[in-house]
Design a protein around this ligand. Structure first.
Ligand code: SAM
Ligand code: SF4
Ligand code: SF4
Length: 369
């Protein structure tokens, strides 16, 4: 029997556009004074990996029903929505998924997005997060289409462990070849994200640091998060970033670096010997909701204000109902101004525990990382 585990249409509100007039422009801030600066766009809910912490095979099996093509936002729709977000202050767009490189002709979307400019005429920071399996083949085309840089996810260098973690028998060598090609075509600075699960791949922390030390790649360690409901998350499997830093510093002395910006999610550490830097993203042990400027557009056009949100705002319905740019922009402005999400800050509180029981959160593969 086919099944969906993501309640979408029933929970998603169609945004209110009553009284919309002129296109509202300019920077929006939410109820916690956070501006809207980043937009993550999920271009597909499908993936060729079955990472145990994201799309466990037991749930995302052959009976799982992915979205039909007609449900996906078209490239024209994505560009239109993105343009309105850019008018509202978005400076950075990240394409994600599922596996974004599985979306057919993604380069055409990148070409469209690369032409967008901030209101004061600057190009966007246009990037993409990928599992790297198709990157060797696609890096040149992505760069030529106007992509600025990429982030590649890689959880282990040990081939057997990597195959177990992606649970689809992909080899580490394919991802490393993709990283090399992305660097060769100038998709830089290239970042590699490693999700650390205690007892699963924490033995790979130091080998990964050693491998990318001095390579120009910025390696970032992400705490395993309680996203969605399918991965059976357990706090005991979270290895705090502070311990990651300690383990690496025992081999390569590290010194803290200044953040690039207040909204940066990673804490940066530099190798004392000049071998580059690493970052740690402490989504669980050190919440950064206070500076969270990210909105997320799901594959089927629902706007989510937090990675842990249960409800999206149905921008696709609005777009397909014939709404004008002014009406869509008004909806976005109203939604962002009402935003109060700060799940990670509240995690562990009684309220958050109750909410987790009451509501089902969306999956990372649906909303994008
Ligand atoms: N498929 C692409 C990839 O893996 O890079 C893009 C989508 S994936 C959902 C985006 C990022 O989310 C990846 O870096 C992945 O490792 C991370 N991720 C997925 N589930 C996670 C979890 N439970 N905790 C922390 N990070 C997670
Ligand atoms: Fe696919 Fe990325 Fe999720 Fe792994 S983390 S299953 S590669 S979407
Ligand atoms: Fe942003 Fe939500 Fe993550 Fe907090 S929990 S940092 S509000 S996405």
């Amino acid at each position: 029997m086919s099944r969906r585990i993501i309640p979408v249409t029933d929970l998603s509100a169609i945004p209110d556009i009553s009284g919309a007039g002129e296109i509202p422009r300019g920077l929006l801030t939410d109820t916690l004074a956070r501006p809207l600066r980043d937009l993550r766009i999920s271009v597909t809910d499908r993936c060729n990996f079955r990472c145990v912490y994201c799309m466990p095979r037991a749930v995302f099996d052959k009976d799982y029903t992915f979205l039909p093509h007609s449900a996906l936002l078209t490239f024209e729709e994505i560009e239109r929505i993105a343009r309105l977000f850019v008018a509202h202050g978005v400076e950075k767009i990240r394409l994600t998924g599922g596996e974004p490189l599985l979306r057919k002709n993604l380069e055409f979307l990148i070409e469209r997005l690369a032409r967008l400019e901030t209101p004061d005429g600057r190009p966007l920071d246009l990037t993409l997060t990928t599992n790297g399996s198709l990157l060797q083949r696609k890096a040149r085309g992505l760069k030529d289409a106007g992509l600025t840089r990429v982030t590649v996810s890689l959880d282990a260098l040990d081939d057997a462990l990597f195959r177990r973690m992606n649970d689809a028998d992909f080899a580490v060598a394919d991802v490393l070849d993709g990283i090399a090609e992305a660097q060769a075509v100038g998709l830089a600075p290239l970042k590699v994200n490693m999700v650390v699960k205690r007892g699963t791949n924490d033995s790979e922390i130091v080998p990964m640091a050693r491998h990318f030390h001095g390579s120009g790649v910025v390696l970032r360690f992400i705490e395993y998060m309680d996203v969605g409901t399918s991965n059976g998350w357990n706090m005991a499997e979270v290895l705090p970033s502070a311990e990651v830093v300690e383990r690496i510093a025992a081999h390569f002395p590290l010194a803290p670096l200044e953040a690039h910006s207040a909204a940066e999610t990673a804490q940066r550490w530099g190798y004392a010997d000049g071998g580059g830097e690493i970052g740690v993203i402490s989504s669980v042990t050190r919440a950064f909701c206070g500076t969270c400027t990210r909105a997320r557009l799901s594959t089927e056009g629902k706007l989510f204000l937090c990675l842990f949100a249960s409800n999206g705002h149905d921008l696709r319905a609005l777009v397909r109902s014939g709404a004008t740019d002014a009406e869509i922009a008004t909806a976005v402005a109203r939604i962002w101004r009402a935003r109060a999400d700060r799940y990670s800050q509240l995690r562990g509180s009684e309220a958050a525990a109750q909410r987790a029981l009451d509501e089902r959160r969306v999956e990372m593969s649906y909303i994008g990382g």
